[in-house]
Design a protein around this ligand. Sequence first.
Ligand code: ZN
Ligand code: ZN
Length: 452
Amino acid sequence: MQKQRFALLALPFLIAAAPSNDAAALRDAALKDDTAWKITEALTTEIGPRLAGSEQEARAREWAVAKLKSLGFKNVRIETFDIPGWERGEERGAIVAPYPQPLALTALGNSGATPPEGIEAPLVAFPNVAALQAAPAEQVRGKIVYVGNEMHAAQDGSSYGYFGAVRRSVPSIASQKGALAAVIRGLGTDSHRVPHTGITNFEAGVTPIAAAALSNPDADQIERIVAQGKPITLRLLITPRRTGTRQSGNVIAEVPGSDPSAGIVAIGGHLDSWDLGTGAIDDAAGVAITAAAAKQIMDAGRPRRTIRVIWFGSEEIGGNGGQAYFDRHKSEPHAAVGESDFGADRVWRFETKLNPAAAPLTARLEAVLAPLGITKGNGKASAGADLGPWVRAGTNGIDLDQDGLRYFDVHHTADDTLDKIDPDQLAQNVAAWTAMLAIVANAPEALVESRD
Ligand code: ZN
Ligand code: ZN
């Protein structure tokens, strides 16, 4: 407590004398900063849903350029790329037999469409992907496939990684076996009739069929009837459409460093969102946290390394923005990368994947992050969907892992709205990112791996 008061008292003098790069002082100042909240509030209020390739996503880019310039960032620009467009249509479903009831469902991204009058067909249920994979085509042909999952809340979100295969691959496998449509238990940990969307992938050459996620209570209903051994008939009307090639883009902003040879520290989140909610936790919070932290460093004086803030486009449909950034910038020296894309709850652990020259960073990060309640992980940083390609190519990666216990209650649903964000936990994120940047952007070590 005393130490913190000293830091606050000392800060104005340090700023007057010389720019302060003291990581602990910057960390503590960031705890009181509401820049991230203001960005999140404005993006969700003034733009709202930002589906990849949509007019809304394009508006979000223009909005982002103006916002980042007004915050004082340099070299603010948009880098565009093309994506395959898809947009939602009507979506309705019901159990026709044995117990007629409406179903709460939503189409998965990339879903094909039913005919405009809908379909009515028998349901065939499988407990998991492997059981569907093993089923003979005769068991599936002409039917609607159902597959459940046992996703539960986990602090590290690992349950999503494991059961994600249900959403990603069930519709493609079902189509290959001649199914008319596929419905899954959505990947969510809530008990509300608010279904969770997300991307599904049809393998090359496979006809996209209608694919939808049921809310947990609706999936429970299906599974209770399956357990009774009664034949089930469903009616589905799902009419999304592929819109051809659309433009998306990444928005990039910089805090120029004093030593161009020291490499770039690239951080960010994704600007696109699913279309059902306003993309507050996924991922307005992530773009806001990373920009607010970079601004803290910028306002304290020039860092050694350039900090590049990237607000990626089209993450939700397959990390297209991340791949476009890597392809375009892979020859530029990057010292380290980090991504915020897991909501807005507090950071509880940090993970690193560091080259030998960067190893001394770990102890300094541990010391500056521990006062925020953040513990050292197991050295398994991956940097997420958008900056992951850099870590896989050998660039230093630092993850600030957020608490995921609440994340999948609202992830990819109409309930992903600003009110789900706790301003104090959001500020803790900014403090953690600020402290991390203060260490990494100013580290005296040579962090850029020479690649021959
Ligand atoms: Zn995300
Ligand atoms: Zn997402």
